[in-house]
Design a protein around this ligand. Structure first.
Ligand SMILES: Nc1nc2c(c(=O)[nH]1)N[C@H]1C(S)=C(S)[C@@H](COP(=O)(O)O)O[C@H]1N2
Ligand SMILES: [Mo]
Length: 199
């Protein structure tokens, strides 16, 4: 089992540290959902990766739990301008999930139970940058925050961290997800303030 404490690497963790431009600090944990909270019984839960060649890789909840997990402490930045520092999660790295997946794809479209989706370059899911998270602050992830499991990609705006994640479609071409089709940025780097298409 590997433990990564990202919160204590890199930039200094003190109260004077900078937020991305245009963000303010909150200590609450706001809920932002574009629709109702789907309820997925763990017996029915599946995570599926589909490649550009149409091959599928599937994990049941039991199989996900059997994979090595990591604890990570990261800052999250919502495009509605709140940021939350040092949020503590536990989950499976996408490096672990994608390790055996054969693909030459450059893009990922992440799908959620309930129909939400979001796109990002595949490389942003790799190299210790993304997790399928199922615990928050030491407890199982609450349904309103994406439980049983959500994507966590903290270096991009939080809308890329798809709640109730059900799978990833790997593609040769970029294809906009839910908010991206409505005008939000295809990449969404908070430090470059990429909120809307064209930013
Ligand atoms: N499936 C799904 N995932 C989602 C959303 C959503 O509406 N549906 N909202 C996104 C947005 S805009 C943000 S800021 C975060 C909010 O996560 P939270 O409700 O746990 O704070 O989830 C993201 N993931
Ligand atoms: Mo958001």
């Amino acid at each position: 089992m590997s433990t990564v404490s990202r919160g204590f690497r890199g930039r200094r963790r003190d109260s004077s540290r900078q937020l991305p431009p245009g963000q303010y600090l909150t200590n609450d944990f706001p809920v932002l959902s574009a629709g109702p909270t789907p309820r997925i019984p763990l017996d029915d839960w599946e995570f599926t990766v589909t490649t550009e060649l149409g091959e599928s890789y599937r994990w049941s909840w039991t199989e996900l739990m059997a994979l090595p997990a990591e604890s990570v402490t990261v800052d999250v930045h919502c495009v509605t301008r709140w940021s939350k520092l040092d949020t503590a999660w536990r989950g499976v790295s996408l490096d672990t999930l994608l390790d055996d997946v054969e693909t030459g794809a450059d893009f990922a479209l992440v799908h959620s139970y309930g129909g939400y989706s979001t796109n990002l370059p595949l490389e942003d899911l790799l190299d210790g940058q993304a997790w399928v998270a199922y615990e928050y602050d030491g407890d199982e992830l609450a349904p309103e925050h994406g439980g049983p499991a959500r994507l966590l990609v903290p270096h991009l705006y939080f809308w890329k961290s798809a709640k109730w994640v059900r799978g990833i479609e790997l593609m040769d071409q970029d294809s906009p997800g839910f908010w991206e089709q409505l005008g939000y940025h295809d990449y969404g780097d908070p430090w470059r303030e990429q909120r809307y298409q064209g930013d």
